[in-house]
Design a binder for this molecule. Sequence first.
Ligand SMILES: [Zn+2]
Length: 233
Amino acid sequence: MLRNYIQTQQARLMEQQNSFYTPNGIHVYVDSPLSNKDIDLEKLISKVENTIPSHLLSEVEMVIVGWFDEFEERKINAFYKDGTLHVSNIQEDMEDMYDDVIHEIAHSLETPYGYEIYGDKKIEKEFLRKRKYLYDTLWKMGYKIPLSVFMDPEYNEDLDLFLYEKIGYDKLSHIVEGIFISAYAPTSLREYFATGFTEYYLDSNHEFLSKVSPALYQKLSLLQKPEKLDNST
Ligand SMILES: [Zn+2]
């Protein structure tokens, strides 16, 4: 029957759109449909593959689009875990989603390239200098948080919530202007790296990033050169 045939074809087409492999072999799977129907996922992932050098994409085996408990628990909209990039299906537009994907690719590189990224502590020193500045500024504004909290490069949920909810990112963006590239960059050393990585690929000019975070910029430039990296161990 014609009707049945059309239904089968439609179902097949839907399945194809919900699950596909990219030329680099990344499996893209849509668990919950995207809130914005204008987002072309194949186009978006293809843009990612054309922008990020292939040696920096090797950790990502799968991209799942959907809604996960972690998003609610941690108030995030994407995370990377065990070779899989989880991205929220609730997205404003293509750019919004593209940023999230690039950001999580940065996190995928922290284990294989951990030594190259953090080993010489250059990014950490730069990050903590900026954190000290932020501490001083907030202290003057009446926010008396112990210095030890700001001098710890690891993620601290209380500090994250303090910056995100108590101060708020609108206000924080002004406070950190010229010090951090965004309000999210001071969150932790790992987020400092991931926000810088994202900026590196979003703005090919690099002027802003290299000026605000020179050590981070140098490190990101090094990551572009596979021959300079040794992640064989
Ligand atoms: Zn992150």
